[in-house]
Design a protein around this ligand. Structure first.
Ligand SMILES: *Cc1c(COP(=O)(O)O)cnc(C)c1O
Length: 445
């Protein structure tokens, strides 16, 4: 429900950029509350990330047994970092401006298990829960490999427990697939915009799918209510989860290694720019938090939201965070960016991102499809529409005074566009996305 005109006007008076946001025009916002790493006051720290990484390590033998696509990385769920010089060239023609620095794609669209960035947070939270249950029940034999989680004894044990999650699609896939594999009874509460193929795939993997008329926030509320009414049930809460956040954060350790392996420096003279598509703010928030812990003030993180779903932008700009939704400002929260159709930000993530993030920009849906086609043509990399949102980042930020204000040498910069999903998208669906992008690029409606 939208607020009254008078209240709206007073918000706009305070934050004039809100007018443009409400008019659904793309904006670039710089975060005035960003802190230097030493001045940040955060509820979690590097030790929490290190513990999270250790949990991933303990489960690596289990994951490599149960998910053969993780075998190549020894059971570690990680994606490649690829330099995309042809796309860099194509982008500068498209936007008519050269990008200073090198351009990379962090290919979470290739992540094993769930085919999206949700394989980080979602899988982590379920593994964390499973380990706790098994440990509390005295099932874990000291010194024995976590391959024991594959045994019938463990599956039997987990089958007494329920897990629930509310999702627009990708988080549901991640939680559903890992939970069903471990033996849990898992229910995924899906919003009206969730794709049919995602529901079909989940059912095939053994999850219960509950379809829901409303949007993402309503799916979460209903899922939370129904799940928590059951005995022995656990709800993965995308609106406030610390575990999801930590699961995402460890990406920073892996990225550091990938950059070192390529001899790419990150320091005050060689700034690292990272562009992250943002829904509720958990995935980009967790990764930005992790990157700040690892690279300090040398990394500059920007979030990207659809013009129709600028939930984190409005939450951070007004300082109201999860207390406001885009609907309060008369914005419809309708976008084809899967995972980005979120009207209200995560409370846990917002308090942290408020200090870590350099800024947020918004993009129109049409742009996502065009970028998808440009990336496919130039690099033969196919990602889902939401995963392309970061590709405009370097040029968007270059057009502001950010580099000047922060005294950054952009020629020595590395830009990482976080590609957040795509591997599980059916071929026909992907072909449709690509064709739409080509049509839009051709200038037709
Ligand atoms: C979920 C998702 C995001 C954003 O993650 P949040 O935690 O919701 O901010 C971005 N891209 C894709 C493809 C996603 O599924």
């Amino acid at each position: 429900m939208s607020m009254g005109q008078q209240e709206l006007n007073s918000w706009i008076e305070k934050y004039p950029l809100l007018k443009t946001i409400i008019d659904l025009k793309p904006v670039v916002w710089q975060n005035p509350k960003r802190q230097k790493i030493n001045a940040m006051k955060l509820p979690i720290g590097l030790q929490d990330m290190e513990q999270a990484e250790k949990l991933w390590q303990r489960f690596a033998p289990y994951l490599s047994t149960e998910f053969p696509d993780t075998a190549a990385t020894g059971g570690i769920v990680e994606s490649p970092l690829r330099e995309i010089p042809s796309m860099k060239k194509r982008l500068s023609e498209y936007v008519d401006g050269a990008i200073a620095g090198r351009l990379f794609l962090k290919c979470d669209n290739e992540l094993p298990i769930a085919g999206s960035i949700k394989a980080r947070g979602g899988v982590y939270e379920v593994l964390h829960h499973a380990e706790k249950l098994a440990s509390d029940a005295g099932l874990l034999e000291a010194g024995k490999s976590y391959e024991q989680f594959s045994s019938d004894r463990f599956k039997q044990f987990f089958s007494q427990y329920a897990i629930g999650v509310g999702s627009t699609g990708n988080l549901g896939l991640s939680i559903g697939i890992i939970s069903a594999k471990l033996g849990f009874q898992v229910s995924v509460y899906m919003s009206a915009d969730a794709k049919q193929w995602k529901k079909d795939l989940l059912r095939e993997k053994g999850a219960r799918v509950v379809e829901f008329e409303g949007d993402f926030s309503e799916a979460i509320s209903e899922g939370r209510r129904e799940t928590l009414a059951k005995r022995d049930a656990y709800f993965v809460d995308d609106e406030k989860s610390r575990h999801l956040f930590l699961g995402y954060s460890v990406a920073a350790f892996r990225l550091k290694k990938q950059l070192e392996d390529r001899g790419i420096q990150v320091d005050a003279e060689h700034p690292l720019f990272v562009y992250l598509p943002c829904g509720v703010g958990g995935a980009p928030g967790g990764i930005a938090f992790g990157l700040k812990q690892v690279f300090g003030d040398a990394v500059h993180c920007f979030f990207v939201e659809p013009t129709h779903s600028p939930a984190v932008l409005i939450g951070l700009m007004t300082g109201e965070k999860n207390k406001v939704s885009v609907q309060d400002f008369g914005i419809d929260n309708v976008t084809e960016g899967d995972g980005l159709a979120v009207g209200r930000p995560s409370s846990f993530a917002s308090g942290i991102s408020e200090q870590t993030v350099s800024g947020i920009y918004t993009v129109e849906d049409r742009e996502l499809f065009k970028l998808l086609a440009l990336l496919a043509d130039s690099e033969t990399i196919f990602v889902e529409p939401s995963a392309t949102a970061g590709l405009l980042g370097p040029l968007k930020i270059q057009a502001t005074d950010y580099a000047e204000t922060n005294q950054l040498q952009m020629a020595a910069a590395s830009h990482i566009v976080w590609s957040t999903g795509g591997a599980l998208v059916p071929k026909e669906e992907m072909e449709g996305f690509y064709q739409r992008g080509k049509t839009y690029l051709g200038g037709a409606e």
